[in-house]
Ligand binder design. Structure first.
Ligand code: CAA
Length: 292
């Protein structure tokens, strides 16, 4: 078996929301030619705006000079057409956590991405990489590349291998995450939740149950963990940042896989998702947020 094309210079990102925009930003900041594919031209424009805002924030915080921010934005193409990913060496999927939608997308990408050596990666938090790999004719080149939110700030990427992912693919994406993007990596087997969410999600769900039962207010739950354990944000603020729909989707995948009551999404979380109270992105979750 041959080695995946290296070094990667042409990257595609499918999905330009919170995670996809962050992944695209770090790729462009690393000097890569990056194409971001969204559902349509309007969503593609919104994604560009998301990246531009984050780059401006990095400039304002003194993390990036203005010229580098302008260069990064110039390296990004935003499109509503998957066909523009045909010449990519690596495509990172970051659409919403829906197993059917992701499986269909991997099947389509397998046909569109011309280079048979190209790697197809998923930023999924909990959907089996094996399922995505089996939707393609290149399961040895399908891998999990799981980033953390906010992507430009958090240094970790989890590298997830299915039973079919080749050692060459793992080496190539590990090298890409470390040497090109400057991230740190950990390896995980293909189990719902991987390493970080397997530990984080039960903690978030426990905090939600605590607020649900009236044991403590959301503000006190958060203050407890911020001041008592020096966490940068409490668990309910973190759930709001991740998105309550995403937390519920990860919990459901983990519950489906392990049938552990600890992973079952609490009724309050499910009702909040049904109510459209999704956290920061909708302006209200366990806390309320200024749209600005
Ligand atoms: N580019 C580069 N750096 C940036 C930046 C950007 N766009 N935006 C902010 N920063 C930097 C800031 O300059 C600052 O750096 P210094 O500490 O060196 O000064 C740092 O990031 C923190 O930024 P802020 O001061 O603006 O904000 P803050 O101190 O309130 O921190 C936070 C905000 C980074 C979100 C912090 O609260 C945090 O780390 N929270 C925890 C987030 C977390 O746990 N995420 C993981 C979620 S799980 C996940 O994502 C996976 C999943 O599958 C669900």
């Amino acid at each position: 078996m041959s080695t995946p094309v290296s070094p990667v210079r042409r990257v595609g990102v499918v999905g330009g929301g919170q995670m996809g925009a962050g992944i695209a930003e770090v790729c462009a900041r690393a000097g890569l030619d990056t194409v971001v594919c969204e559902d349509d031209a309007t969503a593609a424009r919104a994604s560009r705006e998301r990246v531009a805002t984050s780059l401006e924030r990095a400039v304002q915080r003194g993390k990036l000079d203005r010229l580098s921010a302008e260069d990064a934005l110039a390296r990004l193409v935003f499109t509503g057409s998957l066909d523009e990913l045909a010449d990519r060496q690596l495509v990172i999927e970051a659409v919403t956590e829906n197993a059917d939608a992701k499986t269909e997308l991997f099947s389509a990408l397998d046909k569109i991405v011309e280079d048979p050596e190209a790697v197809l990666a998923s930023n999924t938090s909990a959907i089996p990489i094996m399922r995505l790999g089996m939707a393609t004719g290149r399961a040895d080149r399908v891998v999990g590349l799981h980033f953390f939110n906010p992507v430009p700030v958090l240094p970790l990427v989890e590298i997830v291998s299915s039973l079919h992912t080749s050692a060459q693919t793992l080496r190539a994406v590990d090298g890409f995450a470390r040497d090109t993007l400057g991230k740190s990596t950990v390896r995980s087997q293909d189990r719902a939740g991987f390493v970080v969410n397997a530990l984080l999600v039960p903690y978030l769900l426990s905090a939600i149950r605590m607020a649900e039962s009236g044991y403590a207010t959301p503000a006190d739950v958060d203050t407890g963990m911020e001041l008592g354990c020096a966490h940068p944000m409490g668990p309910l603020k973190l759930a709001d940042l991740i998105g309550l729909d995403t937390v519920a989707a990860i919990a459901e995948s983990m519950y489906e896989e392990f049938k552990e009551p600890l992973y079952a999404p609490p009724p309050l979380l499910q009702r909040m998702v049904q109510a459209g109270l999704l956290g920061r992105k909708s302006g209200r979750g366990f806390h309320t947020y200024d749209p600005g």
